[in-house]
Design a protein around this ligand. Structure first.
Ligand SMILES: O=C(O)Cc1cc(O)ccc1O
Ligand SMILES: [Fe+2]
Length: 446
């Protein structure tokens, strides 16, 4: 979770009006800052002297020897290589933690009211100080595990009364990420975040795997999140001295470290490769849903998946509940009651969630842990058991999402106590569920 109030920049100040992007998921891409034509070496990665006197630096996102389909790396041509910096020293982690033993386990259904955004007039909070770990599992030392917040970072913003966009500057260029868009910043990529008002959003950090597009199986070659709708930034560099120098914050083995350097980390003039940050607008998701009867499992709404080594089992899936038509005949259309061998962490970007019209609010969250029973609230059940089943729009103007993980999530002390947003009355939404059991029931004769 991140909640930020910081110095607000006017959108126009940032000259992002005309930000450009390259498109395609996982493509081999190449980009040069237009101020330096010819800055990308031709025909080789390591010329004896690079064009414009740049340094070549490789960023590896996979082991050198990974098979081609999973091999990821990019070459960055920069003014000074990132190796030049003063030593790292410990920095405050704030509410960022990988200590999963802070509080006793709690198997209850958990729901949080919208997380508070600090008022910018009271206290300025930057992106790093605004990070709060709600829940997680695993650790970043032994990877192949999952944590709630750096293999791949999936960031997205939920709207607040003001503008909720975030401008992300990376070594690969700049991305403007608006509410209803997500972005992924991959392991080791340096970035900074500018906000334009009170800002809140959700972050999922996954270790040990990169996000992939899910396989489509019988769906065929097209559908769900289409590769061409993923956008990467174009090369942009800055070469300016600031009196304060630059601070680079590094999350290493679960802790934060800071170092100083006298040049901008965003000094990459040209790059090429298939290991890049990217963004995606959720409105482009091509929804597949039931057109006959029964409720399809939410895996049909998977945008991105971070696979584990077990076939079909994700370290984390990123799933959305997008606007669509509901047309299923003789069917209870909302989500079914269930107990799941996966953990389900949900958030709401805008609007309402179909299984709970009340209580689950934008900027809030819920966690239904492994085998914790959950499903529609009593109101939703009664309404939808008797509703006239005509075709209707579902989830219009809304966007709920789920991080679904095969790991059991530990909730942090911040999540259970400090944030003071835990909705203690959540269980009550199922209290009015009553028995409709009729031992004399007969099938209808029509
Ligand atoms: O629990 C939830 O609300 C998420 C969910 C939605 C759905 O349509 C089916 C299963 C499921 O876990
Ligand atoms: Fe669920």
């Amino acid at each position: 979770m991140f909640v930020i109030a910081w110095e607000w920049k006017l959108l126009t100040d940032c000259a992002m009006a005309g930000l450009k992007y390259l498109s395609g998921f996982g493509n081999e891409l190449a980009s040069e800052d237009p101020r330096c034509p010819g800055s990308l070496p031709e025909g080789q990665n390591n010329p004896q002297v690079c064009p414009y006197g740049l340094y070549a630096e490789q960023l590896s996102g996979s082991a050198f020897t990974c098979p081609r389909p999973t091999n990821k790396r990019s070459w960055l041509y920069r003014i000074i290589p990132s190796v030049k910096h003063k030593p790292f020293t410990k920095a405050s982690c704030g509410d960022l933690t990988e200590n999963w033993n802070e509080v006793e386990p709690d198997p209850n259904q958990l729901r949080w009211l919208p997380f508070a955004i600090p008022k910018s007039t009271e206290k300025k909070v930057d992106f790093v100080a605004g990070l709060h770990t709600v829940c997680g599992a695993g650790d970043s030392i032994v990877s192949l595990k999952f944590s709630s917040l750096c293999c791949s970072l999936c960031l997205f913003v939920s709207p607040v009364p003001q503008q909720g966009e975030i401008l992300i500057t990376t070594e690969f260029g700049k991305m403007m990420v608006e509410p209803n868009e997500i972005c992924v910043i991959q392991q080791g990529m340096r970035f900074s975040v500018d906000v334009f008002g009170e800002t809140r959003g959700y972050i999922l950090e996954v270790y040990g795997a990169h996000f992939e597009l899910p396989d489509l199986g019988p769906i065929g070659a097209n559908g769900l999140a289409n590769p061409r709708d993923f956008l990467c930034p174009v090369a942009w560099y800055e070469d300016r001295k600031v009196s304060t120098g630059y601070t680079v914050i590094n999350k290493y083995q679960g802790k934060l470290f800071a170092c100083q350097q006298d040049f901008s980390p965003f000094n990459v003039v040209a790059w090429h490769g298939n290991y890049t940050p990217y963004k995606y607008n959720l409105k482009n998701f091509m929804v597949i849903n039931c057109v006959a009867f029964d409720h399809a499992d939410p895996s049909i709404f998977t945008v991105l998946t971070a696979k584990s080594t077990r076939p079909g089992v994700a370290i984390a899936d990123f799933v959305i509940f997008p606007p669509r038509w509901g047309v299923a005949d003789h069917t209870f259309r909302p989500p079914y009651y269930h107990r799941n061998c996966m953990s389900e962490f949900m958030g709401l970007i805008k609007g309402h969630y179909e299984a709970k019209e009340e209580g689950f609010q934008p900027g809030g969250a819920s966690l239904h842990s492994i085998m914790t029973p959950h499903g529609p609230d009593a109101d939703c059940f009664e309404k939808n058991s008797t509703a006239e089943l005509s075709p209707e729009r579902v989830a219009e103007g809304t966007m709920a999402f789920m991080f679904e993980s095969s790991f059991s999530m530990a909730v942090t002390k911040w999540g259970l106590q400090t944030c003071q947003k835990l909705d203690k009355s959540y269980y009550q939404c199922w209290e009015p569920l009553r028995s409709h059991f009729n031992p004399n029931w007969k099938p209808s004769t029509q």
